[in-house]
Design a protein around this ligand. Structure first.
Ligand code: ADP
Ligand code: MG
Length: 253
């Protein structure tokens, strides 16, 4: 039996819009499981990012509950939420948001220093190990502007996992990358997941979605599809792509 890491019940999210309310999420019930690589797909504007933000507490749901370790994220005070986002959750976005005047090494290490759970030596050691794994060890003293888009995104992923988050949230992490860099970043996410990292990723890219072992499809403010797949392997990518494509067509993607 897989453990549930996040449990959303009756989650609604609306925004003020043209003097009225736009209901983006309406009564979403979903459990996210530990060690899964869960993917959220859906048309542009369907509420994928909104769902990811509601589940992570980045932007609170209007109503409903999101349970994490026995506590409701929707009811948390900002201070508690902020500490959760720094210690238990990791975040990767389409834009990398690296600090431009810090080296790649410093970009990864600083959230580790700020977390104060490990000594500086331990954080430095983990930073070096991550940069090595992300194949960034040779350019770790470079500034972000001296690195390619793919290198910057790999650095952003290293930063997101420096504090060993229980769950890594990613919103279109390959959205701004070319094909080669996309592949590198996907390899990295697959590797992290293989080593036990739970991942929840929004994407509209089929190749990225294939990395998941579960794909959720969102439409009309709710989850209308929930597909389970075997863990990703390069060997079965063609048949996997056919399977996911057929499923997405049935969702009218
Ligand atoms: P997706 O990520 O699937 O493309 P989003 O979750 O970003 O979609 O947005 C879903 C809908 O909610 C869109 O119609 C968008 O305009 C609206 N929306 C998102 N964020 C806000 C906001 N902060 N204020 C008002 N409307 C928003
Ligand atoms: Mg989005």
């Amino acid at each position: 039996m897989q453990e549930v890491i996040l449990s959303a019940k009756d989650v609604c999210k609306s925004f003020a819009h043209n003097g009225g309310q736009a209901h983006v999420l309406s009564h979403v019930d979903i459990d996210i499981y530990e060690k899964d690589f869960t993917v959220i797909m859906g048309a542009s504007g369907s509420g994928k990012s909104t769902l990811l933000y509601a589940l992570s507490g980045m932007d609170k749901a209007t109503s409903g509950s999101v349970m994490y370790q026995g506590k409701d994220i929707v009811k948390m005070k900002e201070k508690e939420l902020s500490s959760l986002r720094h210690t238990d959750f990791g975040f990767v976005f389409q834009q990398m948001h690296l600090v431009s005047n810090l080296s790649l090494f410093e970009n990864v290490a600083v959230p580790g220093y700020l977390n104060k759970k490990k000594s500086k030596a331990e954080v430095d050691a983990r930073t070096n190990e991550l940069l090595d794994r992300m194949d960034l060890d040779k350019i770790k003293s470079h500034l972000p502007s001296q690195a390619s888009g793919g290198e910057q995104q790999r650095c952003a992923i290293a930063r997101a996992v420096i504090n060993e988050p229980k769950l890594l949230f990613a919103d279109e992490p390959t959205g701004a990358l070319n094909r080669k860099n996309t592949k590198e970043v996907l390899e990295l996410l697959s590797d992290l997941n293989k080593q036990g990292q739970s991942v929840l990723m929004v994407t509209h890219d089929l190749k990225a979605a294939l990395r998941g072992n579960r794909i959720l499809y969102i439409a009309d403010g709710n989850i209308v599809g929930d597909l389970r797949l075997a863990p990703y392997s390069k060997e079965d990518e063609a048949s996997r792509e056919a399977q996911v494509n057929a499923w997405l067509s049935s969702m009218e993607w």
